[in-house]
Design a protein around this ligand. Structure first.
Ligand code: FAD
Length: 255
């Protein structure tokens, strides 16, 4: 019997959605905090499942996919609907999140390429104060910065993907966290340059930049906010130094 409320259930309001994968605490007292959760399949039309409302992203409804606030009121499902077994929800989530995150980052690289392309076209076509915007050094600087950022992010995505293929998601934990911070931040910056170069036109829906920015900004929050990933990167880095605890300077040795 499921009772609860879940914000930001992406895809749930879509009429094509027939099945929900619900993660919830089934054993909150378990001393192993990674065994407290289970994942359960719930038919979207099960009695007691209610879409409270659509959640907009900066005003965009993302229809038909959408994001919902869901309410579960005494929703009954058979025990056999538990995926993999009771207490294994966290394990399943961890398995999915690595590939899911790198997928978002790959999309971010593609979106940044599109934004830069639109920016380059616009600044060559638009003349303001007697010359094309492309001839303003600030524009050239931003184009260069955008290209540098895209290539940096692309290489880090490649490194993370290569590690996932060769040594597995767990060993690639730091690289996945790094790219989940780097790629969405890079995309936000490139889109910001592109919007600025389009002037008022960048604010409209005519060039798709405003919508792209809304989606990119959300990427810095969903699948874990930047801060959470940075904390993880820092913890891994600190742990590395603890393991290699040979003092590297006389000062450290004295400590
Ligand atoms: C567009 C969109 C789609 C989403 N889709 C889904 C979905 O399909 N399924 C799903 O389950 N969830 C989904 N989410 C939810 C998303 O995963 C959460 O919003 C996200 O994990 C942040 O959790 P929160 O909103 O509760 O923020 P909070 O936990 O309240 O955090 C708020 C802020 O506090 C700071 N913060 C939080 N924790 C730490 C920390 N440990 N250290 C330092 N600072 C911290 C960060 O700045 C963070 O942004 C979606 C969210 C959005 C915006």
């Amino acid at each position: 019997v499921i009772n609860g409320r879940k914000w930001w259930s992406s895809g749930a309001p879509d009429p094509r959605c027939k099945l929900l994968i619900v993660m919830g605490k089934t054993d909150p007292a378990n001393p192993d905090r990674h065994r407290q959760q289970s994942m359960i399949l719930v038919p979207r039309d099960a009695p007691g499942v209610k879409v409270v409302r659509w959640l907009p992203v900066f005003g965009y409804d993302d229809a038909p996919h959408g994001h919902a606030e869901l309410l579960f009121e005494n929703v009954e499902v058979p025990h056999s609907s538990i995926l993999l077994g009771e207490g294994r929800g966290f394990e399943i989530a961890q398995g999915r999140l690595g590939p899911g995150r790198i997928h978002h980052c790959m999309r971010a690289i593609g979106q940044a390429e599109v934004a830069l392309e639109k920016m380059c076209r616009r600044v060559q076509a638009r003349v303001a104060f007697g010359k094309p915007l492309a001839e303003q050094t600030v524009t050239m600087e931003r184009i260069a910065e955008a290209r540098i950022g895209i290539e940096q992010a692309r290489l880090l995505v490649l490194k993370a993907a290569d590690m996932m293929d060769r040594v597995g998601n767990k060993a690639a934990l730091a690289e996945i966290a790094m790219i989940k911070v780097a790629a969405p931040n890079m995309l936000c910056r490139v889109l910001d340059f592109a919007i600025q170069a389009h002037g008022g036109a960048g604010m409209t829906d005519d060039f798709g930049l405003a919508y792209a920015y809304a989606a990119a900004r959300a990427m810095r929050i969903f699948d874990g906010p930047d801060e959470v990933h940075r904390n993880q990167i820092a913890r891994i880095e600190l742990r590395k130094q603890r393991l290699n605890s040979q003092p590297s300077t006389a000062g450290e040795a004295a400590e």
